[in-house]
Write a protein that binds this ligand. Sequence first.
Ligand SMILES: [Zn+2]
Length: 116
Amino acid sequence: MDEFMQAALAEPEQGRLTGAIPVGSVLVKEGYIIGRGHNKRVQYGDPITHAEIDCLRNAGRIGNYQGTTLYSTLMPCCMCAGAVVQFGIKKVLAGESATFPGAKEFMESHDVEVVD
Ligand SMILES: [Zn+2]
């Protein structure tokens, strides 16, 4: 398996004991992980903190997202897909879309390469 998807899969382990929804995400640029996150909706009582949003927040304000790839263990939802399009992230690798179809078509309609 891809080393970055393995890193995304490792993220939810941190939250498992606190009842987290097990979704993880990493942002990669030029072969390095520049942000990582996991779903914290349960722990924070926060409907916004999906894994992808947590990852983008932890990456900080990087300015230019050209050449970045977002990895997520689950196909990004409409909100996270909106962030992908808004920030100009051009490639998304999703671990799976069987349990949740996400917003693959929306991202593809905005020239994002989505690998499921
Ligand atoms: Zn989401």
